[in-house]
Design a protein. Structure first.
Lengths: 103, 103
């Protein structure tokens, strides 16, 4: 133990490192699930284009928002954050669709 | 089969419903992992406050960005999106810390 750092502070840094390992694991999980989610939305985009289905579906999106807000509540997550998160992801999906269409 | 809808379109809608079930499952997974991630960052905030550690750590944040960009590349996800995603989540964490500090 260094003289410059108290036992309490050293213990706090050890606990912090432990918590950060959990955060890193969760982030890796999030990135991989997002990657897989985008694979599916890419398939949705291709399907809609090939079958001439409308590119956007406001009813579906409204249902997703209600569903995610309820899931968030049950997981003790701010429902407004869940909605912002879905919007953030959907914006990226639309971006992908636009890029795909311009190719 | 309705007379107003072709077999091809009906098949496309059936496939669309199937893909959407996958998206819904991924979204439920994302919401629950995010909820757990915020539980951990809440613990980080409480630990930093009680042990008088600095609230922000730019080195840690830079490391997280590099790591997530690499994970995204290996999962065939746009690294810029992964970075934007992390920033989006961190902004929410900072918001939580501010709310906790003002209580």
């Amino acid at each position: 133990m260094s003289a410059e750092i108290s036992d309490t502070t050293a213990a706090a840094y050890a606990r912090l490192a432990e918590l950060r390992r959990s955060i890193d694991n969760f982030d890796a999980a999030l990135i991989h699930i997002l990657a897989e989610r985008f694979r599916v939305t890419k398939a949705v985009g291709a399907l809609k284009a090939s079958a001439d289905l409308p590119p956007s579906d406001p009813t579906r999106e409204a249902e997703q928002i209600v569903r995610l807000r309820n899931l968030a509540r049950s997981a003790d997550l701010d429902p407004d954050f869940a909605e912002k998160f879905l919007e953030f992801v959907i914006r990226e999906v639309i971006q992908h669709h636009k890029q795909a269409a311009s190719k």
